[in-house]
Ligand binder design. Structure first.
Ligand code: NAD
Length: 424
């Protein structure tokens, strides 16, 4: 037998296991009851549906859709619906649990859920996506509801799909129910401030964390991976607060200017250039992944999951990582980051600005009232700042990193609610 190349050490983790490994550490630190542990480790409800759709060429194609409600003990469950070929029930389960912890960390009265349809929206026409969205909504009409389970956009979906979902649900109910979904277009009851909400929360978390590690915004440098919704808003708002953003990246690579990038110009360039920074001139162009290894004070991964792993974590030089993306750091890399003394503002805290303003959207819909952008921003900034302070205090109390502290806070809140409500 010839030489067999050893398999590379892969750090791409099963998302459910990755979530559970953090959950387990926090549950141990908290001394969580075994009974409550057993309740929380599995989702409350998971539904898989089959969706036969007439395609534009007249053929019928069958899609598979999932909705997982991890917990609704704190209130109606909340979580996005993802359209992607990589959707699996395991991933949806992990993301649903993540939403439970995220809502609990920022102390909004929601449980956690997630949905997904295995499909490639880029290869489908608007009509096909509309029929798929309406079929999914009809099949999930018993699960969804403004007091039961409230979907939102996620990867591959946006305001357009949320409008179809709201319309289909409203037809089934025989009345307009805009509070059944968030992330809607403004005219249908969407909230001002929602577009920038996640990036804004990243900015608030970054400034709070900088204060704790002794970084002064006007003297700090920052690199941001991903220049989509979250990354570009975080870049813009951090720049406005004096932070020098010296690098941003997208799928076309990373763009570095040691004197600080002109973020408004980058955004304008991207908007005029099919959504990409490709060809942007007022910066040096380096390979995309190298943005993670720049000598900056603050690193904001705001692109995708599992970008900081055991394979590359040693090369990270930042003093502070603020997780704009969901799951950008693999669970196995956590230990090395902690050894290196890097502070991490974790995803379930740092990117919770989006779900916070989604909550405001639901509140406004239920009140039949519209808030100004100023009111939305002021209230979400307060929620994000308070959440950071609570997580920081918990990290000192338990002598654990911020990520585990965030899980401790969240699990403790959910566990206490179970204890009070009882009824098993
Ligand atoms: P988006 O699609 O608007 O932008 C993603 C950006 O990342 C794009 O610029 C893309 O080119 C870039 N990108 C993708 N792969 C990359 C790579 N390998 N290297 C460098 N850049 C890469 O998405 P978004 O809404 O900004 O979401 C980004 C992350 O934030 C995701 O993990 C998402 O789950 C998370 N998140 C988003 C929100 C929200 O409100 N949009 C809320 C919470 C969490």
């Amino acid at each position: 037998m010839g030489y067999i190349e050893p398999a590379p050490i892969k750090d791409k983790e099963n998302p459910f296991e990755s979530m559970m490994s953090r959950f387990n550490i926090a549950a141990d630190a908290l001394g969580l009851d075994e009974e409550v542990y057993n309740v929380l480790k599995s989702p409350a409800k998971q539904v898989t549906v089959s969706l036969p759709i007439t395609m534009d060429d007249g053929s019928i194609k069958v899609f598979e859709g999932h909705r997982v409600v991890h917990s609704n003990i704190l209130g109606p469950s909340k979580g996005g619906v993802r359209y992607d070929m990589d959707v699996t029930i395991d991933e949806v389960k992990a993301l649903a649990a993540w939403m439970t912890w995220k809502c609990a960390v920022v102390d909004i009265p929601y449980g956690g859920a997630k949905g997904g349809i295995k499909c490639d929206p880029r290869s489908m026409s608007a009509g096909e996506i509309e029929r798929l969205t309406r079929a999914f909504t009809a099949q999930m009409a018993e699960i969804f509801g403004p007091d039961r389970d409230i979907p939102a956009p996620d990867m591959g979906t946006g305001p357009r799909e949320m409008a179809w979902l709201m319309d289909e649900y409203s037809k089934i109910q025989g009345m307009t129910v805009n509070a059944v979904v968030t992330g809607k277009p403004l005219v249908l009851g969407g909230s001002l401030g929602r577009t920038e909400a996640t990036g804004r929360g990243v900015m608030v978390s970054a400034l709070s964390a900088m204060g704790k590690v002794g970084l002064i915004p006007s003297q700090a440098t920052c690199a941001i991976q991903g220049f989509g919704n979250v990354g570009s808003w975080a870049a813009k708002l951090l720049t406005e607060r004096g932070v020098k953003v010296i690098a941003v990246s997208d799928l076309s690579g990373a763009y570095v200017n040691k004197n600080g990038l002109d973020i408004d110009e980058c955004i304008e360039y991207r908007n005029m250039n099919n959504g990409t920074l490709e060809g942007y001139k007022n910066a040096d162009h380096i390979p995309g992944d190298d943005i993670l290894y720049l000598d900056v004070d603050v690193l904001v991964p705001a692109a995708k999951e599992d970008v900081i792993t055991v394979q590359n974590v040693e090369k990270v030089k930042a003093k502070l990582i603020v997780e704009g993306a969901n799951g950008p750091t693999s669970a196995k890399a956590d230990a090395i980051i902690n050894e290196k003394g890097i502070m991490v503002a974790p995803d379930i805290l740092a990117n919770a600005g989006g779900v916070t303003v989604s909550y405001f959207e639901w509140v406004q819909n239920r009140l039949g009232y519209k808030w100004t952008a100023e009111r939305v921003n002021r209230r979400s900034d307060r929620i994000m700042k308070d959440a950071f302070d609570r997580v920081y205090k918990t990290s000192k109390e338990y002598n654990v990193p911020l990520r585990i502290a965030a899980y401790i806070l969240a699990i403790d809140k959910v566990a206490k609610t179970y204890k009070y409500r009882g009824g098993f």
